[in-house]
Design a protein around this ligand. Structure first.
Ligand code: MG
Ligand code: ZN
Length: 370
């Protein structure tokens, strides 16, 4: 009996150990070489929905495997502005409305673009506003108040970017605060500069041997409704250009700036047109990312604008949206992620986490703010 009991227990043990599951080999963590951050200014869920319905019920955002939501409030206000929100993405700190790349104490915070530049990556900013406007400015400049456009412009000479495309040439060429010609200063630094008065972006022949700046307007670029069409072109050109500028990878921010403006004006049709343009731009970026395989694409918004709603009586054939305000709202805004590291962007978190997730994925060491 004793032997039988022993035999049984051995058998049970053997059986148990046979049932112990094999440890699953852990998936090696994937890191992107390149990050393209796309910001739809003022692009809440209703803006996305309206653009989608107007586009035959389709949006390129359906191609993103990961979605998340972010809280957009600034340090002192529930309702953020684009400067505080872009600084949250760029530096990872909640700051006051109007702050361009400075923290709540008005001290400069080193941006993800400046870090990328420091660690040898190529960098680019593309916008359909002036390039000195709050959203792009927060990635490159450190200024206490967003309205100091000429001060912001000086940072484009000060910082070694690889590519900028946007309006606002007058803050470089026709300055009130001094007689500097920053257009010339950029050229003297070795940047190839062109602008709307010389040629459209699509006609530029650009060598990857030099950084490139293109001014799309003297002040603010036109709306899509008034014929602007360079954003999808820029999105086709920029990733490929930046890839050739550094073997270490690149950081690129692309902004659909005027979704916000259309919503401030409570112009639903205009907002839909800006959304269709941004959707096409996302398609161009995805085409690059799919072929490249090492590029993380993040699409998000700095805040919602207009308290936009789709109400009873709407139909897909003619979208007539309604607005509840002519300013921003504090509603959560979505995040879409595609590519290596995309899985980090699911869930509900603060807008500042976008910065920390990007920095962790690019594996930048801790940096001191300068
Ligand atoms: Mg903006
Ligand atoms: Zn706005």
């Amino acid at each position: 009996m004793k032997n039988l009991a022993l035999l049984l227990s051995v058998f049970v043990l053997a059986f148990q150990s046979a049932r112990t599951p094999e440890p699953v080999p852990e998936q090696p963590e994937k890191f992107p070489k390149n990050i393209i951050l796309m910001i739809g200014d003022g692009m809440g869920l209703t803006q996305i929905s309206a653009g989608m319905y107007a586009n035959n019920d389709k949006t390129n955002l359906e191609r993103f495997p990961i979605t998340g939501l972010i809280k957009t409030h600034s340090s002192k206000s529930l309702i953020t502005d684009s400067a505080a929100s872009a600084t949250a993405f760029a530096c990872g700190c909640k700051t006051y409305n109007g702050a361009i790349g400075v923290n709540d104490q008005k001290e400069p915070c080193m941006t993800i673009l400046e870090q990328a530049e420091t660690f040898g990556l190529a960098t680019g900013l593309v916008a359909t506003s002036s390039i000195t406007h709050a959203t792009p400015a927060s990635f490159i400049a450190h200024v206490e108040e967003r309205k100091y456009m000429e001060k912001i412009a000086e940072y484009f000479v000060h910082t070694d970017f690889d590519l900028i495309i946007g309006g606002g040439m007058r803050y470089f060429t026709n300055r009130y605060t001094d007689q500097r010609n920053l257009y010339k200063e950029l050229q003297e630094k070795g940047v190839v500069v062109s602008d709307f008065s010389i040629e459209p972006l699509s006609q530029c022949t650009v060598s990857t041997q030099h950084p490139f700046a293109y001014f799309s307007a003297l002040d603010q670029p036109e709306s899509v409704a008034n014929g602007r069409n360079y954003l999808p072109q820029a999105a086709r050109f920029a990733p490929d250009f930046l890839r050739q500028r550094s073997e270490k990878g690149f950081f690129l921010m692309i902004e659909g700036s005027q979704i916000d403006w259309a919503c401030h004006e409570n112009e639903g049709d205009k907002a839909v047109q800006e959304m269709l343009d941004f959707n096409e731009t996302i398609g161009e970026v995805l085409r690059f990312a799919e072929a490249d395989g090492n590029t993380l694409v993040i699409v998000t918004a700095d805040h919602e604008t207009g308290g936009m709603a789709l109400l009873r009586g709407e139909n897909r054939e003619s979208i007539k949206v309604k607005f509840t305000t002519d300013y921003h709202t504090a509603t959560l805004v979505p995040v879409f992620a595609y590519g290596p590291g995309a899985e980090k962007f699911g869930g509900l978190y603060d807008n500042t986490d976008i910065y920390y997730k990007m920095r962790a994925l690019l594996r930048f060491p801790e940096v001191e703010s300068k």
